[in-house]
Write a protein that binds this ligand. Structure first.
Ligand code: PLP
Length: 378
């Protein structure tokens, strides 16, 4: 835990006695700026609101000059409330019904369609309105299973297969090609393979103006190295140069980072109440529920959050023991950490989870009856 993180937690815990998230606003801003410095000259960065739709979070993103990516009408409203104009919002979803399509069209945002059926429905209703298509890539790349499953390849339910994309070749109303390779990826070679495969379709579409490479940026690789945005930027320039020469015109680039923008900037904080053995582990019962910090509930095998214990204003050090952190409900799967190593904990200690700024507060569920945790921006 950094001295700044420690100070943020202690300051906030003086004011808030219930479980809370605290966000390091400066860190969110710094990350936004690194994305804005990516070297392709014509780039739009659209923060993926599903990672954290808190109004204050979105206003910070907007102050840093980012646009928004949304996948629901509620988040579209949030994007407009955060001051986005229609040209600053990308909307991609699947199985859009008539009313959703109508709202998306009326609002004038950029829409990405997910299937040939959705393309037909859009064209019938709005023949003069261009759109983007989500490209699955099929077997053109060896798709990877990432957190949450497959987002491309034969096992993925999302996007148009290569033969479907080819059937649309020559269509003048397709303005964008969209790809989302997967989530929590640090392997730049994998991104590059996927991106280059997408660009192979660029010359099919005479009305193409942009390529949207989606998000998927991991916080750190298995060796603990943070995502290498510098090398990523250099790779993008090569890919975009190739795409523009294949398409025979200049193309804009869009990306949709979610997790990496605020993931590290957030901490979740609760208090130890009851310590008891759980199997061979130190069981740490806290005054919070996984309903308030749900990633370990949804991704029990892969949600990794560092855990720190604070006592009397300091991080507790010393011999670590295998531990789990369990919530204050009766639900048998109410764990905030299934498996961690921390020193001996005492009732009253603060229990702090790192990497909690993305897909944490946003996943809150009313199941079990606990209120959403407070969210504080420092
Ligand atoms: C289409 C699309 N774009 C962007 C994102 C954000 O991705 P990440 O948080 O992995 O960067 C998602 C997340 O699922 C997505 O589905």
């Amino acid at each position: 835990m950094t001295p700044r993180q420690l100070a943020l937690v202690l300051e906030t815990s003086e004011e808030v006695s219930t479980p809370f998230y605290v966000y390091d606003t400066d860190l969110i801003r710094t990350t936004c700026r690194s994305f804005r410095n990516l070297p392709w000259p014509d780039t739009n960065i659209h923060f993926a609101t599903m990672a954290n739709p808190h109004p204050r979070f979105l206003s910070i993103i907007r102050e840093e000059g980012l646009c928004l990516f949304v996948n629901s009408m509620a988040h579209l409203d949030a994007a407009f409330a955060a001051g986005c104009g229609p040209g600053e919002v990308v909307y991609a979803a699947s199985a859009m019904d008539e009313s959703t399509m109508e709202q998306a069209h009326r609002s004038g945002i950029r829409v990405i369609l997910d299937s040939l059926g959705q393309v037909d429905a859009w064209r019938q209703r709005y023949p003069a309105s261009p759109f983007g298509i989500r490209c699955n890539l099929g077997t053109m790349v060896h798709a990877r299973r990432t957190r949450g499953g497959y987002f491309i390849g034969p096992e993925s339910r999302l996007g148009l297969q290569p033969n479907e994309i080819r059937r649309l070749a020559g269509a003048p109303d397709i303005e964008g090609l969209h790809l989302y390779a997967g989530t929590d990826i640090c392997d730049l070679d994998y991104f590059e393979r996927c991106y280059r495969t997408l660009t192979a379709f660029a010359h099919f579409f005479p009305g193409l103006t942009y390529l949207d490479f989606g998000g998927g940026f991991g916080l750190e690789d298995s060796g603990g190295q943070p995502f290498d945005l510098g090398s990523y930027g250099r790779m993008l320039v090569h890919v975009m140069e190739g795409a523009c020469s294949a398409a025979g015109r200049h193309l804009r680039m869009v990306i949709e980072p979610g997790r990496l923008i605020g993931g590290r900037a957030g901490l979740f904080v609760c208090r130890a109440v009851d310590i008891k053995p759980v199997g061979a582990q130190q069981g740490i019962g806290v005054n919070a529920s996984s309903a308030q910090f749900p990633r370990p509930l949804l991704y029990p095998d892969s949600a990794f959050h560092p855990v720190w214990i604070l006592r009397s204003g300091r991080v507790v050090s010393g011999a670590e023991v295998p531990s789990c952190v369990f919530g204050c409900s009766t639900y048998s799967r109410d764990f905030l950490s299934w498996n961690c190593r921390v020193p001996g904990v005492e009732p009253g200690d603060l229990v702090v989870f790192g990497n909690a700024g993305a897909y944490c507060a946003a996943l809150y569920t009313r199941f079990l009856g606990f209120p959403p945790a407070a969210e504080v921006f420092s």
